[in-house]
Design a protein. Structure first.
Length: 276
């Protein structure tokens, strides 16, 4: 079924969506959970050998602290991408920093709440397992005690859409910055301020989860690492623009292009480091 034919407000139309009004209950391991866990182990483990928990790792509310919220399409993609991914501490990508693994995901909707986009409020839930060992005992105790509970996602968006101009910043960069306010003129000529948000529309990759200290999404305690930075500094408003000489304009364009080229190279290096 194509995205165009999906009704994102109809839970029955979205594969994997569970419609619930009540809050999420603590995870109790079942035989079905063990089957899913053992897909990722070299030898079958028992319920006594693993500690399992689930965490809200993302939602589609638009009050993201980084002003880069997910939409429902992104959550649907991440639901498919996250099973089997590793869990780290603070995104430190070292093999000895792997502490857990995602073995299942689900989407949970609140039928009584909608987002600014008109979508039903949806949480992306990850089910995670940790091997019960002497070295993991303190970590498990901290999770049970609520000390370790903020979770960060590391993903790549299909599209990063500016709500000011509609530009897809995965293809080309616009001059708007998430979190800044811009003048908007309505049909009646009235000027108002609008806060820029970069909507993460769909997801093409999920790298890992991490325990972190500071969340970006208030409810889930979720931050996002997507390897995205704006390359061109916000242009300074100058009243006497018309007085610029042609040479000054050409020089300004050259500086902006050089800045953008350097930033694109930096982004490429950052992406390669994150991926490999």
């Amino acid at each position: 079924m194509s995205d165009e034919k999906l009704n994102f407000n109809d839970p029955e139309a979205i594969p994997g969506v569970i419609t619930k009004v009540s809050s999420i209950s603590p995870l109790e391991i079942t035989d079905e959970d063990l089957k899913k866990i053992n897909k990722y182990t070299l030898t079958n483990v028992t319920a006594e050998e693993v500690f399992t928990f689930r965490a809200v790792i993302a939602d589609n509310e638009q009050d993201d602290r980084n002003d880069m919220p997910f939409n429902l399409k992104a959550l649907q993609d991440l639901k498919k991408l996250y099973p089997g991914k590793t869990m780290l501490k603070d995104h430190a990508r070292k093999s000895d920093n792997q502490i857990a693994r995602v073995y299942d995901t689900e989407l949970v909707q609140n039928a009584n709440k909608t987002t600014e986009l008109g979508e039903l409020h949806t949480d992306l839930i990850a089910k995670i397992y940790i091997m019960v060992t002497e070295s993991n005992k303190d970590l498990i105790t901290e999770i049970k005690g609520g000390i370790k509970k903020e979770v960060s996602t590391s993903t790549v968006a299909k599209r990063i859409v500016c709500n000011i101009c509609g530009c897809d910043n995965m293809k080309e960069y616009c001059r708007h910055w998430p979190g800044r306010e811009y003048d908007q003129v309505d049909a009646n000529g009235k000027s108002t301020k609008k806060r820029c948000k970069m909507l993460l529309d769909g997801a093409s990759e999920a790298y890992e989860l991490s325990f972190v200290a500071v969340p970006a999404q208030p409810r889930a305690g979720t931050t996002k690492s997507i390897g995205f930075t704006k390359p061109v500094p916000e242009p300074v408003s100058i009243d006497n623009t018309d007085l610029k000489t042609e040479n000054e304009k050409l020089e300004e364009e050259k500086i902006n292009k050089d800045t953008e080229t350097r930033q694109r190279l930096d982004n490429a290096v950052s992406f390669l480091n994150a991926k490999f």
